[in-house]
Design a protein around this ligand. Structure first.
Ligand SMILES: C[S@@+](CC[C@H](N)C(=O)[O-])C[C@H]1O[C@@H](n2cnc3c(N)ncnc32)[C@H](O)[C@@H]1O
Length: 255
């Protein structure tokens, strides 16, 4: 047996045509660039600040309306894309689950959605099952941009995404698949638990819920994490050590 130790991490697990890989690199770079530009101009853009803004937005003080409008305006042209390594993990997990039905809470310009769609398309081809990626975005103009990127990717992506535009607590009320394999919570933290409760009746035994930034956003996610971690929740949980935390919860199924 060789004693050579590998010195690099694995290459990307993603199987996709070069034009999609190039597009994803460009979009991740733009997302990171936006974050650093905002930091440089003093408008620090981090999950902590995002959390503060969210807290203000969700508070019941008289300035709530202004804070919410400010927050929405600030976010309108922002990718806030799921980190590339988390996207790779999610793609890999979907492959392991052979997932064909996925719900994404929070789509923005649709970067993470591209990974979800690529995995679901491959799983559909491998299993012969139908499938879908339900994407959700409240801002019409962000949804339009996302559709453009998916079109650029081609049928493998565009063909499996069902984008619901509007408040996801409304748009997810109907038309969910019978059995959902994975729910990605990449949404303002106050919406995470209500979203989970909306999708929960459709989660299959062995399905996975992923929630982003659960370490840095632990305060905002307090209710979600308490729900998931309650002894009788039906979930087992692990906080993956990606930047700012990435919670992976496996659902055992309804009693
Ligand atoms: C963190 S971003 C999603 C990033 C995306 N998953 C990606 O990796 O590219 C969260 C998005 O959720 C959207 N959002 C916020 N509240 C929403 C709601 N009530 N219904 C649907 N989308 C909402 C925001 O407009 C924002 O674009």
């Amino acid at each position: 047996m060789s004693s050579t130790t590998p010195t690099t991490t694995s290459p990307s697990p993603l199987k996709a045509p070069q034009h999609i890989l190039s597009l994803l690199s460009t979009l991740h770079a733009r997302s990171l660039e936006q974050e650093s530009q905002l930091s440089a101009t003093g408008k620090v853009f981090s999950s902590t600040v995002l959390g503060d803004l969210e807290d203000k937005k969700n508070s019941s003080t008289t300035s709530t309306t202004t804070a919410k409008a400010d927050f929405d305006a600030l976010m309108l042209d922002k990718f806030i894309a799921l980190d590339e390594d988390k996207c790779h993990f999610t793609y890999q997990l979907l492959t392991a689950l052979r997932a064909t039905n996925v719900v994404e809470a929070g789509t923005s310009f649709g970067v993470s959605t591209i990974y979800l769609a690529l995995a679901v398309s491959r799983n559909m081809a491998a299993t012969g099952k139908p499938g879908t990626v339900i994407a959700t975005e409240k801002e019409e103009q962000k949804a339009d941009v996302a559709r453009g990127y998916w079109r650029e990717c081609g049928e493998e992506v565009e063909g499996v995404v069902d984008l619901r535009v509007g408040d996801l607590l409304e748009t997810l009320k109907e038309g969910l698949p019978e059995r959902v394999d994975l729910l990605l919570l990449d949404i303002w933290s106050a919406l995470a638990l209500p979203t989970l409760k909306t999708v929960l009746p459709r989660l299959r035994a062995g399905s996975v819920v992923l929630a982003d930034n659960t370490i840095s956003g632990a305060e905002g996610y307090k209710d979600l994490l308490a729900f998931l971690r309650a002894p009788d929740s039906g979930f087992t949980n692990v906080t993956l050590p990606y930047t700012n935390g990435f919670e992976m919860s496996v659902y055992a199924g309804a009693e």
